[in-house]
Ligand binder design. Structure first.
Ligand SMILES: Nc1ncnc2c1ncn2[C@@H]1O[C@H](COP(=O)(O)OP(=O)(O)OP(=O)(O)O)[C@@H](O)[C@H]1O
Ligand SMILES: [Mg+2]
Length: 321
């Protein structure tokens, strides 16, 4: 009995049974490269079937986290579980799709051959390959190019192909590391639709991105990572609670504008000043303060806080601490 409990503990995080396990869970996951701390104790949970946005500035540790979870890097310390199994479990890898940040496929193969290779690697039964390849090509809009060599593809087409490869075999969890970095606006829109389609069929999506408007449109939940640790996480509603007010004003000096920071964090671009986290009841006081300084108010426009507002604010707060 003790032995069974021990084995179970090795597979599932404490307190979690197999069926209810999250798609991803990490506890104090840490990775150092020499003196560089890429991940500094990452603890987070991604529920099943959700689209999870993993955000952070360049070098924050997003790709490192994904590579650790996929078993492509070994952690310095800490633990991770995918679909209830410890990271590195080979059976679990079959249920996972991955589009790497730096993608490159065999230039001498055709698109259909690359996808068939991924079916073989999965491995999927040979009888299913034809359908799998056709579906993947259709999903990513490459049906017309199925028999062209990948070496003749544009970067965006190669990224589409990589996405197709990540979807082969209907994985339960898909990691997409900056999946639209090479795509045009139509391609980005298509990827959003593909991600929504995955979520609709119950696939969990772990999306690394710094395209915040994209994340805002498609993710159920996000975590913001900076210097290798999570600085904020929650559902989109939890993260974007505040309101912002944009004021178009002329006639103020920089010193005047600085004094207005009492009304909320100030974002100042030309004659537009945006106040985030401003209680709407204080708008009349704000206008009065601007007028008292000799400023001329041309427009006061409330707007919902965007993920970008929140992201910049979180990083600015981190800088201060
Ligand atoms: N193989 C490696 N050897 C040494 N340092 C590395 C290696 N891989 C990553 N790092 C370092 O780890 C830190 C995190 O890098 P990572 O690639 O995870 O960032 P990221 O959040 O994915 O950034 P980006 O948005 O630019 O893709 C950086 O300081 C990076 O220089
Ligand atoms: Mg990266």
């Amino acid at each position: 009995m003790a032995e069974v409990a021990e084995k179970t503990a090795a597979v599932f995080p404490p307190g979690e049974a197999a069926a209810g396990t999250p798609a991803v869970k990490t506890v104090e996951l840490t990775k150092r490269f020499g003196r560089t701390v890429a991940l500094a104790g990452l603890s987070m949970t991604v529920p099943r079937g959700e689209v999870f946005g993993f955000l952070g500035p360049n070098g924050a540790g997003k790709t490192t986290a994904v590579k650790l979870l996929l078993g492509l890097l070994t952690p310095t310390s800490g633990e991770g579980w995918l679909l209830g199994r410890r990271v590195g479990d080979l059976q679990t890898r079959r249920r996972i799709g991955y589009l790497p940040e730096l993608f490159r496929y065999q230039g001498w193969l055709t698109a259909a051959e690359v996808l068939a290779l991924h079916c073989e690697l999965a491995p999927l039964p040979r009888s299913s390959w034809k359908d799998e390849v056709r579906t993947a090509l259709e999903t990513v809009g490459l049906t017309d190019r199925a028999n062209d060599r990948v070496g003749t593809f544009s970067k965006g087409m190669q990224q589409r192909l990589g996405l197709g490869a990540a979807l082969v075999g209907e994985p339960e969890l898909v990691f997409l590391d900056e999946p639209t970095s090479a795509l045009d606006p139509v391609g980005r829109h298509d990827v959003r639709e593909i991600i929504r389609g995955l979520a609709a069929r119950g696939t969990a999506v772990f999306l690394n991105s710094h395209l915040l408007s994209e994340v805002e449109q498609v993710c159920d939940r996000v975590a913001v990572v900076d210097h290798g640790r999570v600085i904020a996480s929650g559902t989109m509603d939890e993260l974007l609670g505040g309101t912002a007010v944009r004021v178009r004003v002329t006639g103020l000096t920089q010193a005047d504008k600085n004094k207005l920071s009492d009304f909320g964090r100030v974002d100042d671009e030309d004659d537009q000043i945006t106040f985030t986290n401003l209680n709407p009841d204080r708008v009349p006081d704000l206008v009065a303060a601007i007028v008292a300084m000799g400023g001329r108010v041309h427009e006061v426009a409330p707007r919902h806080e965007t993920l970008e507002d929140r992201f910049l604010q979180l990083l600015a707060d981190e800088e201060k601490n």
